[in-house]
Design a protein. Structure first.
Length: 425
């Protein structure tokens, strides 16, 4: 039987932190922390921050003393910058292999079926060096006969300096050694509940999971766990998804920069989220058939508590911002409990029943506007050229005091001319 064609997984090291460091070399070697939306929790940490014991997801207010004591540089999340840097990294990766699956903003799988006679570790070192030279982003690479083993190899390459940034698990010897040392809860696709079930059976490492009976794995964790067991054993069950699957749903949710108590402000916020949802629909080339809007108070604060949500059908199915805002505001007004002292901290818009416009079912009485597509395309072009919300619906308001906090936002160096770094000689 011929050996399975190998996979590689290339992953940006501390990706959000690395993006910030590309444009500010003073951050090299300094502790750097990136916070989530609304400057809430830690979502990216430099090695220096990890060494201080700060965990992923730690609320920022709990580590203020550590931040001050160790002069940690703190950044608000800058997804415009991170997304564009991800695009640049993947453009470099595509020059190395025609078979590519962009798995997440900082992870990409490569199919290496045509490189069987190449020295794969040397090739992947060349890939890392090229990505670093062209984008400034440091990476690690895992190689394996399955996607699960490639991901496991990537994790080993990050944690163990002796691999030099590339861990090849194609051979039985290196694979067995890494599997024996790898905790089962860190294996790709193993969640906390499954890890607890495996621990009850005495399975604590990836090697123990590999040796599990596939039949027993299916009984314990459905076909997903069975596939993981087979993949750890070297049998490929997961192919590259070179064409991203069509989205089934979409959401735009945000915490407010301060509690919202009035219906007018809540309407503005939800209109803004519906506007962003429309942009996302059009970017993916789909329309929505159902919309839900929600808003809620904090369960951790004193005072009246309320979670309001309503949903509605979109007839005809649409990606037009105007129709989405109208539907979202009707949902908000139906769920609103006015005059009860509620202080709302978060809201969002959820879209379901997505399909391509040509697949949308025809309607008898509610025909779509023939000019809708042209109008939305024009708005998107202007906002792409001059910055988001250059053109925006009046329903979003002007002041927007509810906007989420981003007190430590870095410039969008790669997508805004007015935010380019300036060099003075």
């Amino acid at each position: 039987m011929a050996a399975a064609p190998p996979f590689a997984l290339i992953d940006g090291n501390n990706f959000y932190v690395s993006c910030e460091r590309v444009f500010d070399r003073r951050l090299e070697g300094a502790p750097v922390l990136v916070l989530s939306n609304n400057d809430g929790c830690a979502i990216a940490r430099s090695q220096e921050v990890k060494a201080l014991g700060i965990k992923m997801g730690t609320p920022a207010f709990k580590i203020r003393d550590l931040i001050a004591k160790h002069s940690i540089r703190v950044f608000s999340s800058n997804y415009t910058l991170y997304g564009d840097m991800s695009r640049r990294v993947n453009a470099v990766i595509a020059d190395f292999s025609p078979d590519v699956e962009v798995y997440s903003i900082d992870e990409t799988f490569l199919g290496l079926a045509g490189f069987a006679r190449r020295d794969l570790p040397a090739m992947c070192q060349d890939l890392r060096a090229t990505v670093a030279r062209c984008t400034g982003i440091p990476t690690c690479v895992g190689i394996g006969p399955t996607k699960t083993l490639a991901k496991l190899g990537n994790a080993a390459a990050k944690k163990r300096p002796e691999f030099g940034g590339v861990c090849d698990l194609s051979g039985e010897g290196p694979r067995a050694a890494v599997l024996r040392a790898f905790p089962v809860e860190d294996v790709w696709g193993i969640g906390p509940a499954t890890a607890a079930k495996l621990a009850a059976l005495g399975i604590a490492t990836a090697a123990g999971l590999r040796d599990m009976s596939p039949k027993q794995a299916r009984a314990l964790g459905t076909v997903t766990l069975e596939r993981t067991v087979l993949e750890l054993g070297g049998l490929s069950c997961l192919a590259l998804e070179e064409v991203a699957p069509q989205r089934k749903g979409m959401a735009v949710t945000r915490s407010f920069g301060r509690p919202v108590t009035s219906l007018d402000e809540l309407r503005e916020a939800v209109a803004a989220y519906a506007t962003r949802a429309g942009e996302k629909l059009r970017a993916h080339g789909v329309v929505a058939g159902q919309l839900a809007a929600f808003f809620h108070t904090s369960p951790h604060r004193d005072g009246p508590h309320h979670h309001g949500q309503r949903s509605t059908r979109l007839v005809p199915m649409t990606a037009d911002t105007r129709g989405l805002i109208g539907a979202a505001l009707r949902c908000v007004e139906a769920a609103w409990r006015g005059g009860r002292g509620c202080r709302y901290v978060k809201a969002g818009v959820l879209l379901d029943d997505l399909c391509r416009p040509e697949d949308a079912p025809p309607t008898l009485f509610a025909a779509p506007s023939p000019k809708s597509g042209a109008l939305m395309a024009a708005v998107d072009r202007v906002n792409a050229k001059h910055g988001r919300n250059t053109l925006f619906p009046a329903a979003m308001g002007i002041e927007r005091g509810w906007k989420l906090r981003a007190a430590h936002h870095s410039p969008r160096y790669t997508t805004r001319l007015d935010e380019l770094p300036r060099v003075r000689a």
